[in-house]
Design a binder for this molecule. Structure first.
Ligand code: DON
Length: 304
């Protein structure tokens, strides 16, 4: 077995010394205050062991990582009908690009770009009694942790500047691919993105996707096939126009967020989360990607 703690230690030492730590996202004003010197990694292996280094117990804004949890809840609720409204192809474009959505008649390329996640938010609103409360409970249950919460200041901050998401939602509405009012769907979407979690909470929450749909508390959340599908979507679409690069360098299904988090997993082996708030030009954590490349290279553990 690899010396996991030793490997995390050496990755951490390289990361904290890095000259270029990327750029913190500023288009959501509340995120601009985050110190890019934060760096944490948490690993949970299938034999029940946990390994952590750096700021792995500090909460951060999960942003687009929430899209995977929202998709899993929507699949559990309505299963296959989702795919009439959202495709499963990589977009090859940035997460907030609008051109393809118009060309392709309001059917988003996949559920992990913003327009696709907005359709998933619409599905959740149509199928949950109290959408915000119920979604938060779902995330808390997956993690076994009731302290997880929305950051209302971040949600509000994004609402004030989320013009492209308003454009996407209005475009979806014009193509009749949004059933609920634009304001209501975006309010839910901005809240889901504002959830704060630590690296160690995220490795817990994503465990079910590495375990054929069964979560840490031994509850079945998804079928084996549904878990396979979400992992396939993460591998091909989880990093937008950098999905190929992540598969090439890291070789794991994963998802990033503009808060600087990345969750990645190897089915039946482990879940790993990194947090480093500085982003590269494609909006993915610069040092997080490097750290995961080093992790799969040093451990020789990846899907390939
Ligand atoms: O909708 C947005 O722009 C943000 N709430 C989430 C974007 C995001 O995290 C992209 N990921 N790297």
């Amino acid at each position: 077995m690899p010396d996991f703690q030793g490997i995390l230690e050496s990755i951490y030492q390289d990361a904290i010394k890095a000259n270029d730590k990327g750029t913190v996202a500023t288009y959501i004003p509340e995120l601009a205050h985050i110190d890019k010197n934060n760096f944490g990694i948490h690993l949970r292996t299938f034999d029940g062991n946990e390994y952590g280094i750096g700021d792995y117990n500090k909460p951060f804004s999960i942003q687009s990582i929430s899209k995977v949890l929202a998709l899993s809840k929507a699949m559990a609720l309505v299963s296959e009908t989702i795919w009439n409204r959202v495709d499963v192809e990589p977009s090859g474009h940035p997460f907030n690009q609008l051109a393809l959505l118009e060309i392709e008649n309001g059917i988003p390329r996949n559920p992990l770009i913003n327009s696709g996640a907005i359709v998933i938010a619409d599905i959740l609103i149509s199928n949950l009694k109290n959408p915000k409360e119920d979604f938060l409970s779902y995330v808390r249950d997956l993690t076994g942790d009731d302290t997880i919460n929305y950051n209302k200041t971040v949600a509000h901050s994004e609402k004030m500047t989320g013009f492209k998401n308003y454009a996407a939602a209005n475009l979806l509405k014009s193509f009749k691919n949004l059933k609920n009012p634009v304001e209501e769907v975006l309010d839910f979407y901005f809240h889901q993105c504002s959830i704060e979690m630590t690296c160690s909470q995220l490795t817990k929450a994503f465990y079910f996707l590495s375990n054929k749909g069964t979560c840490l508390l031994n509850k079945t959340r998804l079928t084996k096939t549904q878990a396979k599908r979400i992992n396939a979507i993460m591998l091909t679409c989880g990093f937008y126009d950098e999905a190929g690069e992540f598969a090439f360098e890291v070789g794991l299904p994963g998802k990033s967020g503009v808060g600087g988090g990345i969750v990645a997993l190897l089915p039946d082996h482990f879940v790993i989360t990194t947090w480093s708030p500085g982003l590269n030009k494609k909006g993915n954590s610069k040092l997080g990607m490097l750290a995961l490349e080093q992790f799969t290279t040093k451990t020789k553990l990846s899907v390939f």
